[in-house]
Design a protein around this ligand. Structure first.
Ligand code: FE
Length: 181
């Protein structure tokens, strides 16, 4: 199997069982739930892969999982995007890079979205800069993968359900394979 895919599986095996910062799901469950939600909408392989790997940055750093409670922003979107950009199509790495900005964007532009945020997500929102202002919104909408990032963000919000049944990690390998550069 491709080395990048083996590395990603190893990373989930090694660190995927850690809890997803303050939520009732693990990092692996969170990724699988987001990817399953994407697949249910017949998303492209790259979009499904972005959903699966959007929080890989959390598995790449060594900060404690409650860092946001202690006022620390881990900038996991940049860490994850930098890693993914070496091996994956820009649709994957750019959607991941923008997925935190997409939260700030939706808080400013979708009146119902803010109510969907879990409380840990509200805490991290403040650390991440709060809802976007008008200039930030304008700049964000010019991003090439802004629509994909917004779509990913909705799946991210759905993926915090301790009772959701998902497909196993192995079932997403074909999507990952098709999203490699
Ligand atoms: Fe997430």
């Amino acid at each position: 199997m491709n080395e990048t895919i083996l590395n990603i599986i190893a990373l989930f095996n090694e660190k995927g069982n850690s809890m997803y910062g303050g939520e009732a799901v693990t990092q692996l469950q969170h990724g699988l739930q987001a990817a399953t939600a994407a697949r249910a909408k017949a998303a492209t392989p790259a979009t499904v892969t972005a959903a699966l790997l959007h929080d890989i940055g959390h598995l790449l750093h060594t900060l404690p999982e409650d860092a946001p409670d202690n006022g620390i922003d881990d900038y996991h979107e940049n860490l994850g995007a930098r890693y993914l950009s070496k091996y994956f199509l820009p649709e994957v790495s750019e959607s991941v890079r923008l997925h935190v900005a997409a939260k700030r964007y939706l808080c400013a532009t979708d009146s119902e979205y803010m109510g969907k945020l879990s409380s840990p997500s509200v805490i991290s929102l403040n650390l991440q800069g709060g809802p976007m202002n008008a200039d930030e919104i304008e700049a964000f909408e010019k991003e090439l993968y802004f629509k994909q990032a917004v779509q990913l963000r909705y799946w991210d919000e759905l993926a915090k359900d301790p009772n959701m049944v998902t497909e196993p990690l192995e079932s997403f390998i074909p999507d990952i394979e098709q999203s490699l550069v």
